[in-house]
Ligand binder design. Sequence first.
Ligand code: MD6
Ligand code: FE
Length: 205
Amino acid sequence: MPDLAPGLIYLPSILDRDQQTHLVEELREIVKAAPLFTPHMPKTGKPFSVRMTNCGSLGWVSDRLGGYRYQPQHPVTGADWPAIPPSLIALWRELTNYPHPPEACLINYYAPGARMGLHQDRDEQALDAPVLSLSLGDSALFRYGGNQRNDRTKSIRLHSGDAVVIGRDSRLIFHGIERLLPGTSTLLADGGRINLTLRRVTLPA
Ligand code: MD6
Ligand code: FE
């Protein structure tokens, strides 16, 4: 499978159905400890249509006053985030070759109709590390462009069990989720989609 662009690697069907089912079970436990919350855009306070939570030593959050940031605690409960499941740490090691473990795993839940506008992932200090994305549940149209918001974009379908690695020359490309394709997966009983993104946040000492 050729890279979609330099540093932008699409890895279809990286997780088989049993691995996906097991991962969803682990995520259900994580969400019990760290409930999904609705982030808000900096300044405008507009709510995201996606709900989120995290696992790892750091989690990504956003609200009107504090903006985009990583923090060690859940913004609603104040509790530390649950640990990243060992299977995901192992997958990071296999797929990224990055010599340090991920610190954050952002868990995005898309109910049917939710989307994610074009954005860059640039809140990490460790921009030398890639971001590893895993998709579960309904397929989605993933749109990606270049380093400028106005660069021409392409879109691909991401299916349940697919991975994407964004690194090197593509680390700061604009990307987003245009829409879900409802009814394309039976993994999640109520439909919708989960996207996990594993990230290294701080520069290793
Ligand atoms: C999503 N993904 O697939 C949104 N970010 O729901 C992302 O925003 C993303 O897929 C950084 C790296 C890979 C991604
Ligand atoms: Fe992103």
